[in-house]
Ligand binder design. Sequence first.
Ligand code: HEM
Length: 157
Amino acid sequence: MAESPVVLLVALRYIHVVAAALWLGGGIVVLAARAAPSAAPLTGISSAVLGRTVGRLVGTGLAVFVLTGALLTFNRLTEQTIDAPYVAVLASKILLTLAMFRLAVPGRRRSDPNAGPGASRPWWQGRTAMIVVLGLLAYLLSIILNEMAELGFRSVG
Ligand code: HEM
């Protein structure tokens, strides 16, 4: 993969980063709707339609992250300049991402006390808030990974 065409790597990174932006953006929109003083932002959208849409987005996002993430990981790990600290940060990101996916899969959604009309907890203590926080951390770790990889390149060249 180290000799793969640049265009393939660019496409992989592009899809991965767009998925990250949509994942976080979607989560923040749901949080903003929950935080609104009334249900006005969701007027006209039934909760069943919203639930189905979010479910599809979660499924697609998950598949895109796993596929593009695995290929990007393989690409990085075949580079000579990648060291143990990079691998440690990458492992932390993958664990964090798995925890986030576990919270996001439909099977867990039913047990969310924040999801139904009788939601008891404030929006910032709910499952969606946790998913957004974990997503933001994954994003930060990704930028750190990129800087670590760049530093490795610079130190040999
Ligand atoms: C299965 C899960 C995932 C794996 C295996 C994975 C793996 C990777 C790898 C190896 C890179 C390249 C890092 C580098 O430049 O050295 C990367 C980049 C990136 N990842 Fe992930 N990732 C996953 C999920 C996520 C998630 C959930 C997010 C955010 C919500 C995310 C956001 C990003 C971003 C923004 C970059 C680009 C960083 C940059 O180039 O500045 N990733 N990912």
